[in-house]
Design a protein around this ligand. Structure first.
Ligand code: UDP
Length: 342
C-alpha cells in the first residue's frame, strides 16, 4: 500500500492515477482544504479525510489498521499535501509554517516510529519546488540541484525547511528519501477527466484559458520590463503527467534501493515567456483575450529553467509531453469539460 498525502490536489491526483496504472495499491490522505472530493471519486481510490499532522490517524494508516487500507501496511509515502499560494504565505506565514512544516514533521515522526517498530524504514518521496532556489544568478540557468537555495517567500522557505529535515532524518534514521523540485506544472490528463482546479486560481495557463473562455474580463501580464527577449518572465512548463511518471520512477527506485537521500529537478529545460504562452494558447483555442500589462508581481524571478539531467540519467525519466502546445491543448480540453459541468 502506498500512502499519497494531498492526493486530491493537482499533481497528487495525477500521480495517484500513474501509480494505479502501474499496479500499486494506493490510499489517499487529504484534508480537502484545497483538494477536491470529486477527484477522489474520479480516481476511485481509498480515501481518508484528515490532516497529515494527525499522529493517531497516521499511525493507524501506516500500520494498515485504518479501514481504508484494507489491512495492508504502508510501504512508502508520497507527500504532496501542502499550501502553495506564495502571496498568502507572505500575508500569513504562520499558516504556511504550521501546515507545511509542522505537519510534515509529524508525518516524519510517525514514519520513523513505524519504521523502527518494523525494523525497516519507510521510504518517502517529497514534493518540493523550484521556489526553494529564490532568484538564481543568470549564470546558474539552467538550474541544477546544486544551485544555492535562497527562497524569497515563506512558501519557498517552508518547503526548504522540510527538505532539510528530511535530509537530517535520512542520515540519522536511515530514512530513504527522494525529493523532487518541480518547475511549472502544467496541462491535464489526456483522458480529460483530471486537471488543474485551484480556488482561487493564480497560475498563468489556467487564467489565460479562463479568460479566453470568457469567464474573466482580461488577463494581467505581471511586468513587461524584465531582461528577457520580449520583456515578460520566462518559465519552464512541465506536463503534470510527466511529473507523475517521475514520482513513480522515484518510488520504484527508492523501494528497490531502500536507502539514501536524493534530490531531482523536474522540468523540460525549455523556457517560455508569458507572451509566448498567450500566443500558444491562442493557437490552441482559436480564441483571443484582452491582456493588460500590470506591475511586476513581487518575488517573480525573470527566468526559471531547470536542468533535469540528473532525473533523466538516474531515474531513466523521459518526459513525453514536452511541447507547450500539447500541454495547453490538454489543459483546454479539461477546462472545456469543467465549464460544461459547472
Ligand atoms: N503571470 C502573469 N499573469 C498572471 C499569472 C501569472 O503574468 O495572471 C506570470 C507570472 O508573473 C510568472 C508566470 O506568469 O512570470 C508564471 O506564473 P505562475 O503563477 O503560473 O507560476 P510561478 O512561476 O509563479 O510558479
Amino acid at each position: 500500500m502506498i500512502l499519497v498525502t494531498g492526493g486530491a490536489g493537482y499533481i497528487g491526483s495525477h500521480t495517484v492515477r500513474a501509480l494505479q496504472e502501474q499496479g500499486f495499491d494506493v490510499v489517499v490522505l487529504d484534508n480537502l482544504v484545497y483538494g477536491h472530493h470529486d477527484i477522489i471519486t474520479t480516481l476511485n481510490v481509498p480515501f481518508v479525510e484528515g490532516d497529515v499532522g494527525d499522529r493517531n490517524l497516521l499511525k493507524s494508516i501506516l500500520r494498515g489498521e485504518h479501514p481504508a487500507t484494507a489491512g495492508s501496511p504502508v510501504q512508502a509515502v508520497l507527500h504532496f499535501a501542502a499550501f502553495a499560494y506564495v502571496g498568502e504565505s507572505v500575508a500569513n506565514p504562520l499558516r504556511y509554517y504550521s501546515n507545511n512544516v509542522v505537519q510534515s514533521l509529524h508525518l516524519l515522526e510517525a514514519m520513523v516510529a513505524e519504521g523502527r517498530r518494523r525494523a525497516k524504514p519507510i521510504p518517502l518521496v517529497f514534493s518540493s519546488t523550484c521556489a526553494t532556489y529564490g532568484i538564481p544568478e543568470s549564470d546558474q540557468i539552467p538550474i541544477e540541484e546544486s544551485c544555492p537555495q535562497f527562497p524569497i517567500n515563506p512558501y519557498g522557505r517552508s518547503k526548504l525547511m522540510v527538505e532539510q529535515f528530511i535530509a537530517d532524518f535520512a542520515s540519522a534514521h536511515d530514512l530513504p528519501a527522494v525529493v523532487f523540485r518541480y518547475f511549472n506544472a502544467a496541462g491535464a490528463h489526456p483522458d480529460g477527466d483530471l486537471g488543474e482546479h485551484h480556488d482561487p486560481e493564480t497560475h498563468l495557463i489556467p487564467l489565460v484559458l479562463d479568460t479566453m473562455a470568457g469567464h474573466r474580463p482580461y488577463l494581467q501580464i505581471y511586468g513587461d520590463d524584465y531582461p528577457t527577449p520580449d520583456g515578460t518572465c520566462i518559465r519552464d512548463y512541465i506536463h503534470v503527467c510527466d511529473l507523475a511518471i517521475a514520482h513513480v520512477l522515484g518510488l520504484q527506485r527508492i523501494l528497490s534501493v531502500g536507502q539514501g537521500y536524493e534530490v531531482y529537478n523536474l522540468g523540460n529545460g525549455l523556457g517560455y515567456s508569458v507572451q509566448e504562452v498567450i500566443s500558444c494558447a491562442k493557437a490552441v483555442t482559436q480564441c483571443g483575450l484582452l491582456a493588460h500589462v500590470a506591475p511586476r508581481r513581487s518575488g517573480d524571478p525573470a527566468v526559471l529553467v531547470a536542468s533535469a539531467a540528473k532525473a533523466m540519467r538516474e531515474l531513466g525519466w523521459v518526459p513525453q509531453f514536452t511541447d507547450l502546445h500539447t500541454m495547453i491543448a490538454h489543459a483546454w480540453t479539461w477546462h472545456m469539460q469543467r465549464f460544461v459541468t459547472r
